[in-house]
Design a protein around this ligand. Structure first.
Ligand SMILES: [Fe+2]
Ligand SMILES: [Fe+2]
Length: 169
């Protein structure tokens, strides 16, 4: 049986509650990731898409659902607006933010090896070390797909005129 969008959202909110309700998530709500999409909204999309990929690829006998969702929700837990970072050059952010996210995440939550590794290595192949677990590959793939969709969306050109965050998922 294949999961519907609503079922996937429910799973993400059920297994991700501790993370979604953490005070530091308020920071992700005001940091823009790609275009008009906040890091918070991006993380939820990546979690939903990771679950969708695992489901459609029939990987449930090999994937831990809870670790997958938690790693996806925390994969960009770097807690700064990367547009303001490194004097606006953005050169290093792509290479370093996986490790920053992992360090912030282990400070705020008790994470297992799958979750830690998947967060730290989600920027592969930009960074040299691949994820160790299949959950990490799913997060990496879902992140690349989401980032491409968000960056190419025409909505981003509306940002200066309308600041209200729109949820287009
Ligand atoms: Fe990232
Ligand atoms: Fe991301």
């Amino acid at each position: 049986m294949l999961l519907t969008r609503t079922q996937i959202r429910r799973l993400v909110y059920a297994h991700g509650r501790e993370i979604l309700e953490h005070d530091h998530m308020a920071i992700e709500r005001v940091c823009y990731q790609h275009g008009v999409v906040t890091t918070f909204a991006h993380s939820i999309r990546v979690a939903c898409l990771s679950v969708w990929l695992a489901d459609r690829l029939h990987l449930w006998n090999r994937v831990d659902l809870r670790s997958l969702i938690r790693a996806a929700l925390l994969h960009d837990y770097f807690l700064y607006d990367w547009h303001d970072w490194d004097n606006g050059t953005h050169r290093l952010h792509g290479f370093t933010h996986g490790e920053t996210a992992m360090r912030n995440a282990i400070r705020d939550f008790k994470l297992n090896q799958i979750e830690r590794d998947s967060i730290e290595h989600h920027m592969f192949p930009l960074t040299p070390y691949p994820p160790k677990y299949i959950e990490g590959y799913l997060v990496t793939a879902a992140d690349k797909i989401s980032a491409t969709k968000e960056t190419l969306s025409f909505d981003r050109f509306d940002k200066p005129a309308s600041e209200q965050p729109t949820d287009r998922s």
